[in-house]
Design a protein around this ligand. Sequence first.
Ligand code: M6R
Length: 365
Amino acid sequence: ELGKHETYMEKEIFEQPEAIRNALRGRVVIEEGMVKFGGLNMTEEEIRRISRIVITACGTSWHAALIGKYLIERFGEIPVEVDYASEFRYRNPILKEGDLVIVISQSGETADTLEALREAKRKGVRVLGLTNVVGSTIARESDGGIYLHAGPEIGVASTKAFTNQVVSLILFAIYLGRLKNMSLYEGQRLLKELSLVPEKIQQILEQQDTIKKIAEKYHEAKNFLYLGRGVNYPVALEGALKLKEISYIHAEGYPAAEMKHGPIALIDEFMPVVFIAPRDALYEKVVSNIHEVKARHGKVIAILSDKDDHVLRYVDDALYIPQTMEEFSPLLTVVPLQMMAYHIARIKGLDVDKPRNLAKSVTVE
Ligand code: M6R
């Protein structure tokens, strides 16, 4: 079942282009610049009346939710709040008519997320579930749903489910936008670019040897910092979580601009800092953070857009991603981070598919 791969995690990282194609299949109508979903169970009129969205989830799915906030506010023009499911269910979340709660869960069985769903329903709010496992409890108890179509994910560290969560949120955000102010042309432009993403991920997977060398160089570090901005801030969190989970190296993710408010004190020659710095609106600002780290002798590993040689002489190691739209860049930037965490853990001889103390689905509080 593993085919040419040695572990499920590696197999699942490499399945991402195909998983995304499966999530897009049958849902994208290019001529109309529109997206079709089978199971939302809401009329277009009800969708247009949504005045606020609250997304709730745990772990990696919560990182996808943070990206979803950015996408839905940008394309769908609806305000979004994101909450950890465990926090949501024990607060008094103020929910009103016109609110939609979205729960995101690969397994569809996470106890905290399931209880958050039940709490929202108790308050009379409609719940949309984004799950991977067909017929899971969250899928069954949601009022409507979007299946991730990532295929079975066996490795405890979530990879292809994450990218398909982001794809589903992109599709949903475009769908919301098209029911409101987004033009036909803009819908078409976004969907065409989205259909090119699987091929671009393939190009990143082909950089496996470069990523292995970087893993060799840094696998003895005791701490890592991951920094990104905008839609790539949650990717920094996700990169850090992957490293913690499977390599047991302490890592933290931050919005790059927050570095100067504290974490900068940690930087010395032993601290690798991973910068997610594709060419986007905030690129120059991230570059100035790179200079700040180098001035303190930190080691910089940068995820850059193709052909970016502007900062090359300031960084210690670089990984390249193909150009895409800023909003879709997490689908690309996360891949080298998954691979780097993977190879560091393998070099350390660890069981990446079953890391210590972790279960694939957390069905206890
Ligand atoms: O099945 P879920 O998406 O609800 O799981 C949520 C988290 O437990 C999960 O994402 C966890 O953080 C993963 N091990 C991350 O790799």
